[in-house]
Design a protein around this ligand. Structure first.
Ligand code: HEM
Length: 712
């Protein structure tokens, strides 16, 4: 300002100008200092407004410090497609005109492009390490129209991105005390409070028997089914020594304490459940790291064994060997078996779970994901999709009798993957996140492929945010008969790894999930799942565990950043004191947190996530919504085979997309069970006795497959 002033007040020049008689007389108004000051102010105001406008629209919110893209990771979202992408998209105020490589009769009624107004961006510096040091060399055929089994070659510039057996993506660098391996400690150097202690103090007996008045229980099996499509990271069997080792955890001579004790979960002497059984520890085995795959990365890095795309890999397998083992190699169908006149997944002769925790289960299903038998709900859904694949394969083969087994299988696999995406983005996520977050995180509308986006599952999502949805697992699964009476109740906590109960109960279980209102969202898990997941403690000392303790401990095992850092990453205000949490957490909970953690910076991510009040019609709090939103945004725009992406060799035709968009979970259930009537919004709770008029005959739920008929 001062400099500008000096320049303007140039009186000596005026005086020496021979053309000027008197300075006062002839000086024009635009040279007057008052005018110049006004102009300067005007220019400053206009420029600042432009800068603020541009900044706001680029980053969503002025407060969202981390919404600025990290150059280091180079995963900046691009509004337009790159030159490698043959799709030409013109965006005009959210209207997209498609001028892609498809022919003119391919015009689609494209509404608007998915574009996040707010996005979390990775600030981790380690995401590239595996790809630089250990990734296998891969050769891709860019013209392939089907996905590979392991997810490689989806991204042609980075063919290993999102493939099975590559690391989870990090939004923030891993946090370990020694920078590499040992659990995070509190700011004052003390160990974190016992995960069980945290669970009991904050959440024990907080189970409110309230129902979700809008939704049924189907959100649970769908949420878990979806999880198993994108994630699998087992415990490290090398450290899975017998619980007897834990007998030595309290040895006075510290050198005699086995390594297993370092991560075991301490149970207090006054624990409301386990004290009666004299149990003082939960065994906890750490996740397998890249070291097990000859890739010794630092800090410890977890590899995802399933493909990191929504591609039905849990139905088909994440490698060719598994996929081939599940095929009949005739008419495109999957292997199955008939039990009590119904179709089920084939038997897994090698199952490690033949002896269930409470008894023997002769039935052990085989599927694309090894967790198929974990509980009845997931077993039900894996069988549902096996049946649907075989139903669809029959239809495709009938439509195109000349097609080979391979063609029918691959086309059916492609459609099933697309269907899982449609149900997830059109029906499941809008309920979980609410419409506002759906728009905010760019989860609606036409997808434009962006090869700069790595769609791999975030560690913060799989070990934190998505697990918060464990809070809607019901205490009991109802089995409901055809005349809508409850014929049995099953506690999921007592029938883990016992899928034999599904045989003969397939329709009853489906009706149970459909016709029972869901568990209301609340900051706790049901009391059974938090206390006796795998075994009743008095049956075998150290083998019981509670899911909440495990979720908290898993976050530490996987080096998740604490809640306060995740808040910041999500554009929320950093809390400097416990009191600053009051924007999202109740004052009672803040008091309890104070009693557990040394500082506000020590709170575990999942603990804060569970305590946050949901916002914007969502079922989760903002620091959970942002991580879930980011993940599903990347699963969408970073997947070259995403079902509504146009112009790629593997793209569906616009007519096929139109047909796919109409599909609901009701279509799948109708085609794969004996249920006769279904509501259109499958996840909505509809009392079949008083609202039967909005349940339509299964005849009306048929996928229009005519766009798949090959014109000779
Ligand atoms: C009956 C229902 C369910 C049961 C019994 C169940 C149980 C479990 C168990 C035992 C684990 C492993 C814990 C560990 O060792 O770290 C786990 C992991 C996980 N669960 Fe669930 N869960 C259920 C439903 C859900 C739902 C509805 C969601 C989300 C919508 C979900 C998301 C996850 C995620 C993201 C993981 C980590 C992923 C992985 O293990 O690969 N689960 N669950």
């Amino acid at each position: 300002m001062v400099n500008i002033f000096k320049k303007v007040d140039n009186s000596s020049q005026l005086e020496t100008d021979p053309l000027l008689g008197s300075k006062a007389e002839i000086q024009p108004f635009w040279k007057k200092s008052w005018f110049i000051i006004c102009m300067v102010i005007l220019i400053v105001v206009v420029f600042s407004t432009i800068i603020l406008y541009v900044f706001y629209h680029k980053n969503g919110s002025l407060n969202d410090i981390h919404h600025v893209e990290s150059k280091e990771n180079a995963f900046t979202f691009n509004a337009t497609t790159s030159s490698d992408n043959p799709v030409n998209v013109e965006s005009n105020e959210n209207v997209v005109t498609y001028n892609g490589a498809t022919s003119s009769n391919n015009s689609v009624n494209v509404e608007y492009k998915s574009y996040p107004t707010s996005r979390v961006s990775s600030i981790a510096t380690t995401n590239g390490d595996y790809f630089k040091q250990c990734a296998p060399a891969v050769t891709c055929n860019p013209d392939d129209i089907y996905r590979t089994y392991n997810g490689s070659c989806n991204n042609l510039q980075n063919p290993n991105w999102g493939a099975a057996l590559t690391p989870f993506y990090r939004l923030m660098n891993a946090e370990f005390d020694d920078g590499n391996n040992t659990f995070r400690v509190q700011l004052d150097g003390k160990p974190l409070p016992s995960a069980r202690q945290v669970g009991v103090t904050l959440f024990y007996m907080r189970d409110i028997r309230n129902y979700d008045h809008a939704n049924n229980e189907l959100l649970v099996p769908w949420g878990q089914f979806l999880t198993h499509d994108i994630s699998y990271y087992p415990d490290d069997i090398r450290n899975d020594s017998t619980p007897a080792h834990l007998d030595h955890c309290f040895e006075k001579d510290k050198t005699k304490i086995p390594i297993e004790c370092e991560t075991a979960i301490l149970i207090a002497a006054d624990d409301p459940v386990y004290s009666q059984y004299n149990v003082s520890l939960f065994k906890f085995v750490r996740s397998t790291t890249s070291v097990n795959f000859s890739c010794p990365l630092t800090p410890r890095t977890i590899l995802n064994r399933n493909t990191q795309y929504i591609d039905a890999s849990h139905v088909y397998g994440s490698n060719k060997k598994t996929a081939d083992g599940l095929r009949t190699f005739a008419n495109g169908k999957l292997r199955s078996r008939i039990l009590e006149d119904e179709e089920y997944c084939p038997q897994n002769a090698d199952s490690e779970f033949k002896d269930g925790p409470l008894g023997k289960s002769d039935v052990q299903f085989a599927a694309g994901d090894v967790n198929v038998n974990q509980n009845l709900a997931i077993a039900l859904f894996q069988n549902l999709f096996l049946r649907y694949h075989n139903h669809l394969a029959d239809e495709i083969q009938t439509l195109n009798p000349s097609w080979s087994d391979e063609r029918v299988y691959q086309e059916t696999r492609r459609i099933v993957g697309a269907i899982i995406q449609v149900i997830t983005y059109e029906h499941f996520l809008p309920i979980l996140l609410g419409d506002e977050y759906m728009k905010e995180y760019g989860l609606t509308g036409q997808t434009t492929y962006d090869p700069s986006i790595n769609s791999a599952l975030a560690q913060e999502m799989t070990s934190g945010a998505f697990r918060a949805v464990h809070n809607i697992i019901p205490a009991k699964f109802n089995l409901i008969s055809a005349n809508y009476s409850i014929i049995d109740e099953v506690e999921p906590s007592r029938v883990l790894l016992q899928p034999d109960l599904l045989i003969g109960n397939f329709d009853n279980m489906l009706r149970g999930f459909l016709d029972t209102p869901g568990r209301a969202v609340q900051p706790s898990y049901n009391n059974l799942i938090t206390n006796v997941v795998f075994k009743i403690p008095n049956l075998d000392g150290y083998s019981g565990f509670d899911l909440m303790s495990y979720d908290i401990q898993r976050g530490r095992d996987n080096g998740l950043p604490p809640y306060n850092k995740m808040r910041q990453l999500c554009g929320l205000k950093k809390a400097n004191t416990f009191k600053d949490l009051s924007d999202l957490i109740s004052s009672e909970d803040i008091e309890t947190l104070k009693s557990l953690y040394s500082t506000v910076h020590d709170i575990d991510y999942i603990v804060g996530a569970l305590l946050e009040k949901p916002r914007n019609g969502s079922m989760v709090g903002p620091s959970t919504a942002c991580v879930i939103g980011d993940s599903f945004y990347r699963f969408k725009v970073g997947d070259r085979f995403f079902y509504d992406i146009l112009g790629q060799p593997g793209s569906f035709t616009p007519e096929q997309i139109k047909s796919l968009k109409k599909i609901t979970l009701s279509h799948i259930m109708c085609a794969s069970s004996n249920l006769g009537h279904m509501q259109k919004e499958t996840f909505r709770y509809v009392d079949p006795k008083i609202m039967s008029s909005i349940m339509y005959s299964c005849e009306s739920y048929k996928l229009d497959l005519s766009p798949w008929k090959e014109v000779q």
